[in-house]
Design a protein around this ligand. Structure first.
Ligand SMILES: O=C(O)C(=O)C[C@]1(C(=O)O)C=C[C@@H](O)C=C1
Length: 376
């Protein structure tokens, strides 16, 4: 019993540590800069008091505006006089009115992440962001209450880049939602399938439509999100290019739907995580899932031993994947991400983590949250 209490304390200690770090929106937010690194994936988190004035590494945010808005900003979209503009780093001084839950997502209106946010929080105000980093930052700065993050897809597998984001930020997973992703082939009115030489979309979406696109014989062009692809095709009135995106993106940007359900698998599902500043208090009244990340010493059987802490307590794993942490001399160090079917309020889960902690070189609980048992 004593050891159980220790683990429980650790779990809540971590929660309160985050609570202490809670930041009110900065009084001089326009002075704050985020150091973005395009290639290296390490995100330098904004430090208290970091004014970011003239830092040598400060290359500014990645701007989708340079791709989309600078080209032909004058186009008017059907029935959408005032689409929300994605948050950019310069928007951090803004605050939102109203009492609806504000949920940040990466992409433009019509992106699947927006639909996932609406499924998870039906009356929320979905806030588009240019980048995932901005969505995370918006939560950390109290501009929004939640962020949604696509984490895995039934066709494409784990979205490793987003696992890294979970590690580099202090947000907690507070829920999950499965969303059935049904892709459409979109083009400007009058453009036919045989006119298409290239198709733009998010890389995940392009990969999910591999067979259809191969049959079409088009060149694939990757952009940041599916709705952004649709907007780009519409804004530039492209006659030789289409987009893979949702039917709502077709509606918003005034494109025709040339084909529906073009994903390789009709049951194409993406799982999204809901993220918040504070963890939720884990319960045992309904099925919970817990997500953790850990690293291990080099050596034979270490991963076997790590997974055995769950097996010996009859705890089911729903997911296990790994990312490379960094290269150390001639071998790589790995971060293991595991989801297991138990709440952190359950004694067997606490014991399993206490056991894992005995030999893990690093262990963090990313969240303990209700499982999405619904049909996608
Ligand atoms: O581009 C979008 O519309 C997104 O919401 C992103 C995203 C992803 O990252 O996987 C979400 C769901 C689909 O799997 C395709 C793309």
């Amino acid at each position: 019993m004593a050891s159980t209490a220790v683990v429980r304390t650790r779990w809540f200690q971590r929660s309160s540590a985050v609570g202490e770090d809670r930041r009110e929106p900065s009084k001089t937010p326009s002075m704050i800069a985020i150091r973005w690194r395009r290639k290296a994936f390490a995100i330098a988190s904004v430090q208290e008091g970091d004014t970011g004035n003239g830092g040598g590494n400060n290359i500014g945010p990645l701007e989708l505006n340079t791709v989309f808005d600078d080209l032909q900003p004058e186009i008017a979209f059907k029935d959408t006089p005032s689409l929300p503009k994605p948050l950019s780093v310069s928007d951090v001084s803004g605050s939102f009115n109203g009492s609806r839950l504000r949920v940040a997502y990466q992409g433009l209106p019509g992106a699947y992440s927006e639909a996932a946010a609406a499924k998870a929080y039906p009356n929320c105000e979905a806030v588009p962001c240019e980048l995932f980093e901005i969505a995370f930052d918006a939560v950390e700065r109290w501009l929004v209450e939640r962020a949604v993050l696509p984490i895995e897809n039934s066709l494409g597998g784990s979205i490793h880049r987003n696992y890294d984001l979970l590690l580099h930020h202090k947000l907690h997973i507070v829920g999950e939602v499965k969303y059935a992703v049904r892709h459409c082939l979109l083009a400007n009115p009058g453009v036919k399938r045989e006119d298409l030489k290239r198709v733009l979309s998010h890389p995940q979406a392009l990969a999910q439509c591999e067979h259809t696109l191969t049959k079409l014989g088009v060149v694939r062009e990757a952009v940041d999100d599916t709705a952004g692809a649709a907007k780009f095709v519409a804004v530039n009135k492209l006659q030789d290019a289409g987009a893979v995106a949702s039917s709502s993106a077709a509606e918003i940007y005034g494109l025709d739907i040339l084909a529906q359900d073009i994903q390789d698998d009709p049951d194409n599902v993406t799982r999204f995580l809901m993220l918040a500043r504070e963890p939720i208090i884990p319960g045992i009244d309904k099925p919970f899932k817990t997500s953790i990340v850990f690293s291990l010493e080099e050596g034979p059987g270490v991963l076997f031993n790590a997974l055995a802490v769950f097996a010996m307590r009859d705890i089911n794993l729903t997911k296990a994947c790994f990312n490379i942490l960094y290269r150390y001399t001639w071998y790589f160090d790995y971060l293991f991400y595991v989801d297991f079917e138990a709440s952190m309020a359950a004694v067997n889960a606490q014991n399993a983590l206490r056991h894992l902690k005995e030999f893990a070189t690093f262990l963090r609980v990313l969240g303990s949250y209700p499982m999405d048992m619904s049909q996608a």
